[in-house]
Write a protein that binds this ligand. Structure first.
Ligand SMILES: [Zn+2]
Ligand SMILES: [Zn+2]
Length: 172
């Protein structure tokens, strides 16, 4: 309930500044994860979060730009946006890492990828093709659609791209 009230308050965080939003993300992680649509981030930002998730720790900004094939000024801006939204933390001269909410969101994105690539593999695509195709459109598939697809496939636990978890579909 507190989160709900505070959430309403922070909907106006553009008036009150980013600090309230950060506080909100820290306090209400689990609440936020229930509320995500899965469509919050652009395909490019999805790539950033998945890359950071795969690395698992502090990543230098130069590694991010070289690995994702973007120029440093673009990646600096994108990282700034992600930090402002509370998904990553940028420690000057050391690098970038996921915040707790970023970590949870990245887990959702990896899971979404694994469910969608498994689904495509059921329609005649090889594992590699399924992985590549899913990567192209996954950022546009909502969390509720992913949950429904997962359910219709009988909540599989292993996909062609890795393990599948069912945190959001309510299966333990
Ligand atoms: Zn894959
Ligand atoms: Zn499921």
């Amino acid at each position: 309930m507190f989160c709900l009230i505070f959430g309403l308050y922070t909907n106006f965080s553009f008036i009150f500044g980013q600090n309230s939003k950060r506080l909100y993300t820290t306090l209400c992680n689990s609440y936020l994860m229930q509320e995500i649509t899965g469509l919050e981030l652009s395909p490019k930002k999805v790539e950033y979060l998945k890359f950071l998730f795969k690395k698992g720790d502090l990543v230098r900004t130069t590694d991010i730009s070289s690995q994702l094939g973007v120029d440093p000024s673009t990646s600096t801006k994108t990282i700034g946006d992600l930090a402002e939204s509370g998904y990553v933390e940028h420690i000057p001269y050391r690098g970038v890492r996921l915040t707790e909410i970023g970590q949870k969101y990245a887990e959702f994105m990896v899971n979404r990828h694994n469910i969608l690539s498994l689904m495509l593999s059921h329609y005649g695509l090889s594992s590699e093709e399924a992985c590549e195709e899913a990567s192209r459109f996954e950022a546009f598939v909502s969390k509720s659609a992913v949950d429904s697809i997962c359910k219709s496939m009988g909540h599989p636990t292993v996909g062609v791209c890795g393990k599948i978890k069912h945190v959001s579909c309510g299966i333990p």
